[in-house]
Design a protein around this ligand. Sequence first.
Ligand SMILES: Cc1cc2nc3c(=O)[nH]c(=O)nc-3n(C[C@H](O)[C@H](O)[C@H](O)COP(=O)(O)OP(=O)(O)OC[C@H]3O[C@@H](n4cnc5c(N)ncnc54)[C@H](O)[C@@H]3O)c2cc1C
Length: 426
Amino acid sequence: MKPHDAQPDRRNFLQHSLLGTAGAGMALASTSHVTVAAETQGEESPDATITNRVDVLVVGGGTAGTIAAIQAGRAGAKTMLVERGSQLGGTMTTGGVAFPGLFDAWGKQVIAGIGWELVRESVELDGGQLPNFAKVPQRHWQNQVYTNQFLYAILAEEKCHEAGVELAYYEFPQAAKRVADGWQVDCVGFGTQRRILCKQIIDCTGGAEVVGMLGFDRLREEVRQPGSMLFKIGEEHQPGREQVHRLYVHGADSSNSRTVTQANLTGRRSVLAKVRAEKKRLMHLQPETGFRESYRIVGETMVTVNDYTSGRQFDDAISNAFYPVDLHTKTGVRPKPLKPGTVPTIPLGALIPKGSRDLIVAGRCLCSDQLANSGLRVQASCMGMGQAAGVAASLAAQTGTTPMEVPLAEIHKVLREHGAIIPGKA
Ligand SMILES: Cc1cc2nc3c(=O)[nH]c(=O)nc-3n(C[C@H](O)[C@H](O)[C@H](O)COP(=O)(O)OP(=O)(O)OC[C@H]3O[C@@H](n4cnc5c(N)ncnc54)[C@H](O)[C@@H]3O)c2cc1C
């Protein structure tokens, strides 16, 4: 095991802060509305870093993180959400995969709660159509929900606001270390140095970025599934009514800014080639490549493809999951449907980095083998995990324990109160 207390580069952090102070002074002299620090709930320290003291820090406001933060806020935890992009929703909104699934299996709803609330309200506000979950579709994707990505992102912000979640866009952790009563996480953004003191961290970065930064083990396949760039040519895109077109970006790697830049360049170049070849107008283009796969944690429990396809009911299950095994390769994808009646579950142990305390993940980086992950990574399951992680972290912060040690019955009770479906009781 690698060291858990990754030391922040304090000198570097202070240097940046001091430069930030000088810059802010100049900006204040020339403009009247540079009040970034004053508009947050944080405290400004003498070296002009903003300090936030919270119960729960969620890193990554994508499919899982948005739900985790809303849940933690609704459960009464002082919650902060740091997102390196410009909006909530992650792969759903910035990636453009606004086709969440699957909330149902074999004629009944198996995942509900805050994710479903957000998806349902987005569709209703958009005048769209919800699938009839009582009907078992011929093809699994027929019960996925056409969702307006733009509305979803705005509604998600409203729900965070109502739950008291403080949002910090364009920021990401630069260093993190253990302190007496939790964690100190130093984040950077342009014009911002933020120190967050928190009791619990929920890592929803898709690739377990914080888990890696803290020195816990992660897994990554040598050959990963391709990413995709989403776009529409020829006809106007109708958000919430259809899916946009997808082009594979082979070798896409979400590990760092250099590889993400490369994936975006490749994806956009392919779109340009298609526009030229087909001589059609480009009507829609997502700002970023969608990534199917990167790092996953080494957790207390690993979900194997056998667990997944046999519908194993884990003793510490916190959410159902449902989707075919869906591995994309260089030659495309052939989903392998689950046998009738099979509803896999997700154990709490798959969200806990092995040997950690006060740290939990949610989303596609859960501990699972590649094939199990190809089914578990879909949006309804990520939302189910996000909600469970939000409950576990907020209860742990409240009671001074760690997510793995919160009694499961307590987690289930709060999840039920917040509309989630508990495995085995669907
Ligand atoms: C092309 C494609 C098609 C898919 N098709 C479907 C489908 O049809 N239906 C379906 O349900 N699922 C589908 N999926 C799967 C699903 O969309 C994703 O697996 C799921 O959304 C992942 O959710 P997540 O919360 O784990 O990660 P994400 O939604 O990717 O969220 C991660 C968030 O963390 C942020 N972040 C990352 N690192 C940091 C950092 N260091 N600091 C701060 N913020 C950070 C990112 O900006 C992002 O907002 C598809 C995926 C892809 C890529």
